[in-house]
Design a binder for this molecule. Structure first.
Ligand code: MF3
Ligand code: CO
Length: 291
């Protein structure tokens, strides 16, 4: 439901300005795009300045935790150890690891190695090896606000082809970011990333994507990286979502681990890489919250 205040009343976003000077023109523009048949964000997806500040603070912890992992990750340790680092560091900074018990997820972080695409479950039995490419995906709750980001780590000597995959996955975020601006569409970003990744001969996972984030772990919209320009949700200042394409060296097909029902693998056993950032749409472009 969209609340429409009186024009001279304070804006719904809490800025303290009159509605007519603040969100009225934005709301009117949204209604116009909606009348043209576009998918538009509901009001709860447009974060108020105060909510944005909360998500920023959560993001700061999220980044600090990843920095902490970066300092210590190495071959020979178990993924359970990384889980302990993430859990302890997050709590030490006043946060809560969002993955723990999320829809039954048993650990505080997702760690996905080589042909694991995402949602790898930390375990004392999984020991990192020289040559592994490892995604560590950290999601943080602070003061009720959610942030989400992940990085790849190349352990020791990594096959140059695999390193290239990791680099292209990282670069794809920059390619996507160029398309993040108000009154564009999520599909502009999806198509730009897909085209870029394909130009390197890689594929993009289709079934799993990014998501709105901030007041909850996973909010609308679903963020696809195989979508088309001019389609998907209209981008409006205040929206916060993740960019996190999963890039496979081989085919895009994936399957879910039958035993743990979480971990996603590439069908063909080829390696997969993913970097993730939390991004806000601003009045003139974007703000990356998790860098
Ligand atoms: N960070 C993952 C994401 O981007 C979280 C998956 S849910 C979990 O959506 F329970 F596995 F953490
Ligand atoms: Co995410």
């Amino acid at each position: 439901m969209r609340t429409k205040p009186n024009r001279n009343d304070p804006c719904w976003c809490g800025s303290g300005q009159k509605y007519k000077k603040c969100h009225e023109p934005i709301d009117e523009k949204i209604s116009y795009f909606e009348s043209q048949g576009h998918v538009v964000p509901t009001q709860n997806l447009l974060k108020t300045p105060q909510q944005l500040e909360g998500i920023r603070q959560s993001s700061r912890i999220n980044i600090a935790v990843l920095d902490y992992v970066a300092e210590q990750i190495r071959p020979g340790i178990s993924t359970e150890e990384i889980n302990t680092w993430v859990d302890q560091k997050t709590r030490e900074m006043g946060g809560i690891p969002a993955p723990l018990n999320y829809e039954g997820f048993p650990k505080s972080v997702c760690i996905s190695i080589n042909d694991q695409v995402c949602h790898g479950i930390p375990s004392p039995d999984v020991i990192l090896q020289e040559g592994d490419i490892v995604n560590v995906d950290v999601s943080t709750i602070y003061n009720g606000y959610f942030s989400d980001s992940s990085r790849m780590f190349c352990l020791g000597e990594v096959d140059p082809e695999w390193k290239k995959l990791v680099d292209v996955a990282k670069e794809s975020l920059q390619v996507g970011l160029k398309e993040v601006k108000p009154w564009g569409f999520l599909g502009d970003m999806g198509e730009a990333i897909h085209t870029f990744v394909k130009s390197h001969g890689y594929s993009v996972v289709e079934e799993i994507g990014g998501h709105g984030v901030g007041l909850e772990f996973h909010e609308e919209p679903f963020v696809s990286y195989v979508s088309k320009k001019g389609t998907e949700m209209l981008l409006v200042p205040g929206m916060v979502f993740t960019i996190e394409p999963m890039i496979n060296m081989g085919g895009h097909e994936v399957y879910v681990d039958a035993e743990n029902e979480w971990t996603i693998y590439t069908d063909d056993g080829s390696p997969s890489a993913q970097w993730e950032i939390t991004v806000a749409v601003t009045e003139d472009g974007y703000e990356v919250l998790t860098w």
